[in-house]
Design a binder for this molecule. Structure first.
Ligand code: SF4
Ligand code: SF4
Length: 307
């Protein structure tokens, strides 16, 4: 007898706060490997960034016990963006559900616990999230490479769970969403990271540039990063598919309480202890040893704030 089924999974996912849920069979994803191959071929300097992602294409061999992937969608557009941080810290990072003080952390955790309570073996993540959500029919992909989930726009996170149960998969309705002539995201991207429709170069994307590179950025690139201190929302904010998709009504007190410390003015002089205690727990991509990154990003933002 099956421990879980397509219907019970979706009901529980909705009940605890996910806004979408779908199922795909576990398989390898040669199209994902091919996309990485093409990126590296076209931009060889990106190889160190994309190589570690190859393993996501080989689910069958890495997780031979897994039979299905459950894909869940979390909508963070319900939350209010504190005015102090708007345009400096990207929305996805403000409402990161991997942070325990974010209430959505419990949604993700509850789902794992529920599966385990049914005797199901489960592993979170490890698959190409956007592709899997697309295959489950939950999202479509925009030319900016972001996943869009209907009325929730691109303000979503995809959470995946590999499970050792054969579950009836969903049959997706595949459709393109971007109007043929639209290229607003491409034209608006400050660093030219969207090199062509559906292709984003990570090594030029501000999101990565604010926290990832291990070597100093070329001035030419840094000068184009604008006021962003952590992440970037430009290509999503200009997108007509995101019109009226951000509700922004619910306040997150853990975030509101420290918003004054997240302004460029506060960050630029922040000491390591304050950073470690207050900021780092919410924004884990920059460890305290690398606080200089925050300082440098804040400095750049401040230059642009000055009259
Ligand atoms: S997140 Fe910013 S830098 Fe990255 S592709 Fe979008 S607009 Fe460009
Ligand atoms: S801005 Fe236009 S092209 Fe870009 S993702 Fe949105 S609809 Fe598609």
């Amino acid at each position: 007898m099956r421990r879980i089924n397509n219907i019970s999974i979706k009901e529980f996912a909705r009940e605890i706060g996910f806004v979408g849920c779908g199922i795909v069979r576990t398989e390898d994803f040669p199209e994902y490997k091919e996309a990485l191959d093409n990126l590296i071929k076209e931009f060889p300097e990106t190889e160190p960034l994309y190589s570690p992602m190859y393993n996501r294409a080989f689910i069958k061999s890495r997780f031979p016990w897994a039979k299905s992937v459950i894909v869940c969608i979390r909508y963070y557009g319900r939350y209010r963006i504190p005015k102090q941080v708007k345009g400096y810290i990207a929305r996805n990072y403000l409402f990161d559900s991997r942070v325990p003080s974010n209430p959505d952390y419990l949604i993700v955790k509850k789902f794992t616990e529920w599966l385990r309570s049914k005797g199901v073996k489960v592993r979170k993540g490890g698959v190409p999230d956007r592709l899997v959500a697309y295959k489950a029919g939950l999202v479509t992909i925009g030319k900016n490479s972001f996943a869009y989930a209907g009325r929730y726009g691109s303000w979503i996170n995809i959470v995946t769970y590999l499970v050792d149960e054969e579950i009836e998969p969903d049959i997706p309705i595949v459709r393109d969403i971007c109007p043929t002539e639209c290229r607003k995201c491409i034209d608006a991207c400050p660093t030219g990271a969207i090199v062509k429709p559906y292709t984003v170069r990570m090594d030029r994307c501000i999101s990565y540039l604010t926290y990832g590179p291990t070597i100093p950025l070329k001035k030419e690139l840094e000068d184009r990063m604008g006021r962003w201190i952590y992440g970037c929302d430009v290509c999503q904010e200009v997108c007509p598919l995101n019109k009226e998709t951000w509700e922004g009504k619910e306040r997150l007190t853990h975030l509101e309480n420290i918003s004054d410390l997240l302004t460029p003015q506060a960050i630029v002089h922040m000491d390591v202890e304050t950073y470690k205690d207050i900021v780092y727990p919410l924004f884990p991509y920059i460890p305290p040893d690398n606080i200089w990154r925050w300082h440098r990003n804040a400095e750049r933002a401040l230059k642009l704030c000055s009259p």
